[in-house]
Design a protein around this ligand. Structure first.
Ligand SMILES: Nc1ncnc2c1ncn2[C@@H]1O[C@H](COP(=O)(O)OP(=O)(O)OP(=O)(O)O)[C@@H](O)[C@H]1O
Length: 234
């Protein structure tokens, strides 16, 4: 197991308990998607998994040292050459490391943009660079916080295909947080629902999974009832 979390809790200063004893396992090379309504604590969970939140507490939290995060916004430095933004985690960025950056850009199909200013990339390209930056760290755990939410529908589909390709080259344990049940069912090995501070239900991707997830999230649509059979214990 690459990630094993037991009893993860996080309360904010206003007394709001966002994570209330959450358990999560992610196997080597597995992609687990976490879906939930806006404000349910998805980003809070990812920040805790990334080790970015000192006020999150768990009875047990096992995860690898090399963790990379991709956020909803690409967070590039617009005035920098693209290859340099790929290496932002290494301070200082050294010209000798350029080949490593270009290799990471090649994995997302953007090697030819290495010397372009990051601020002149399209939204979809910028998000691919953000993925390249995460991959350049050769992570053992990849955390994706709604990385495709700001992309238009076509670019998002391309990004999904790219993520599949990248993971086929080297399957890295991945947690994808999203509010998009179709995206979750299309990409994940397992989809978990975050509700009331815990991951309480697992859904197997496949026909009817998206409808089953909507039902689990309390979004009732007439067709959803037929899909209830796709629900399974985590
Ligand atoms: N620093 C903070 N201080 C106080 N409350 C916070 C803080 N960060 C988040 N929250 C609250 O915790 C809850 C969970 O926030 P979080 O960003 O984790 O949700 P989310 O599921 O990622 O939401 P969305 O899908 O809208 O991005 C929200 O009610 C939010 O207002």
């Amino acid at each position: 197991m690459t990630v094993r979390v037991r009893g993860l809790r996080r309360a904010y200063a206003d007394g709001r308990h966002v994570l209330t004893g959450l358990d999560l396992d992610v196997g080597a090379g597995e992609l687990v998607a976490v879906v939930g309504r806006s404000g349910c604590g998805k980003t809070t969970l990812l920040r805790a998994l990334a080790g970015l939140d000192r006020d999150a507490h768990a009875d047990e939290l096992v995860r690898p040292d090399r963790v990379a995060v991709v956020f909803q916004e690409p967070r590039l430095l617009p005035w920098e050459r693209t290859w340099r933004t790929v290496l932002l985690a290494d301070e200082p960025v050294r010209r000798a490391d350029r080949p490593r950056a270009v290799a990471a850009l090649a994995r997302v199909g953007l090697a030819d943009r290495a010397d372009q200013r990051a601020g002149t990339l399209s939204g979809g390209q910028a998000q691919r660079v953000a993925l390249a930056r995460a991959l350049a760290r050769d992570p053992d755990l990849l955390l994706l916080d709604e990385p495709f939410a700001a992309l238009d529908a076509l670019t998002r589909r391309e990004a999904h295909a790219l993520l599949r390709e990248v993971r086929a080259q080297r399957p890295v344990a991945t947690v994808l947080v999203t509010h998009d049940v179709d995206e979750a069912s299309a990409l994940a090995d397992r989809v978990l629902v975050l509700r009331d501070g815990r991951l309480d239900r697992g859904v197997r991707p496949g026909p009817g999974a998206a409808e089953a997830l909507l039902t689990a999230l309390g979004v009732v649509r007439p067709a959803a009832h037929a899909a209830a059979g796709a629900l399974a214990a985590q």
